[in-house]
Write a protein that binds this ligand. Structure first.
Ligand code: SF4
Length: 362
């Protein structure tokens, strides 16, 4: 398993030739003695308004334009292939990236999903890795293993591509969730730099509460994340409050047991940040009333929001989702204990873009 261990003091860097590197661009303008106002307009047009590359660059005066384009890349990823769901209008983008090995021409693919809910709020589900080393047994991505970490600029370019794409449809991107391929807390350095740019008022300007990081539970990294981004939302994929069963579903659960996760959750909710508990409803596996009671006990006195998620069947894997009435009964039991519970519907199932379904097929 590949885990990037960093401590709070490590400063994170982005590829210096990317427009996402704020400091490199600031420095470039300073050295050239250009008015920073031009840079401000360019960034707003690109990152916030999602204007096309040509329109954003046109915000710069003639004498600056070519120097900026020569020095900085607007995109780190080529345009993706996009597939739309007929059933619910979700979109799945297939991005490609090259290997980091300079002596190889191998390319990898990974996926990003735009979720169109019933309201006009759009949520983009971004990937932080190609594949995943966590190898959760129920997850399609987990079956791939880890191929490559995504760099910060590659994470951010998923958002930029969709911002630009959505400008053409007049839609607004409200939320960014790190729930695509990969365990984000196994790619901490790139994740933290990406979060800083996403939330920077001079760059993408997302409110911290509109950005969510999802993890299957890496306690030491959760604490680092918590201290560094005290207002950013976190989702913990719990899926069972029975230690033995959880470790069977999520191999990481063996080294990061529930007894370690509980104090971490306690520290996280103490800051008042939104904390979600994700719970996959697996038919006759973790969906009995006894499981609901156990979950309630594990979360006792923690102010969290519980999401009950239907399981999207994956070829070759044995699980199916719990019937709707079982999910409702489970939710009722938790609500009686005072928890806020949402019973989720799955989106993007027909394009294999639903939670746990992201996998790259050749
Ligand atoms: S559920 Fe998340 S952490 Fe687990 S294998 Fe899938 S992508 Fe990785």
């Amino acid at each position: 398993m590949t885990t990037n261990r960093i401590d709070d003091s490590v400063s994170v860097r982005i590829a210096e030739d990317s427009v996402c590197d704020r400091m490199a661009m600031d420095r470039f303008f300073r050295v050239c003695r250009w008015d920073p106002y031009h840079l401000k307009r360019f960034r707003y047009a690109l990152f916030v308004e999602g204007r096309s590359d040509a329109n954003a660059v046109a915000m710069l005066p003639d004498h600056i334009r070519s120097a900026v384009v020569d020095r900085f890349r607007l995109h780190s990823l080529p345009l993706p292939v996009v597939v739309s769901s007929v059933a619910d209008a979700s979109e799945k983008a297939l991005f490609t990236c090259r290997t980091t090995d300079a002596f190889s021409s191998e390319t990898f693919s990974f996926e990003t999903v735009l979720i169109r809910g019933t309201s006009r709020r759009r949520t983009l589900c971004v990937s932080s890795q190609v594949g995943c080393a966590a190898r959760c047994h129920f997850c399609a991505t987990g079956q791939m293993g880890l191929s490559r970490q995504l760099a910060t600029a590659e994470i951010l370019d998923q958002v930029l591509h969709f911002r630009q794409r959505m400008r053409t449809t007049g839609e607004q991107l409200r939320n960014v969730v790190f729930m695509g391929m990969g365990e984000p807390l196994h790619n901490e350095t790139a994740l933290y730099a990406a979060l800083e740019v996403l939330q920077d008022p001079r760059m993408f300007n997302f409110s911290p509460r509109r950005v969510m990081v999802s993890t299957v539970g890496v306690p030491d990294a959760m604490l680092r994340f918590s201290r560094r981004f005290p207002n950013t939302s976190l989702a913990l994929s719990l899926h069972s409050a029975d230690q033995e069963q959880r470790a069977e579903l999520i191999p990481l659960g063996k080294t990061a047991p529930l007894s370690e996760l509980r104090p971490v959750l306690k520290e996280m909710v103490a800051t008042g940040r939104p904390v979600m508990i994700e719970y996959l409803m697996l038919d006759r596996v973790n969906d009995s009333l006894e499981h609901a009671v156990l979950l309630g006990k594990f979360l006792e006195n923690l102010r969290v929001h519980i999401n009950l998620i239907p399981y999207n069947p994956i070829d070759g894997l044995p699980w199916t989702t719990s019937p709707r009435d079982v999910r409702d009964r489970f939710a009722k039991c938790l609500r009686n204990e005072g928890f806020i519970v949402t019973v989720r519907h799955s989106q993007g199932q027909d394009i294999a873009a639903a939670c746990g379904q992201l996998v790259t097929s050749d």
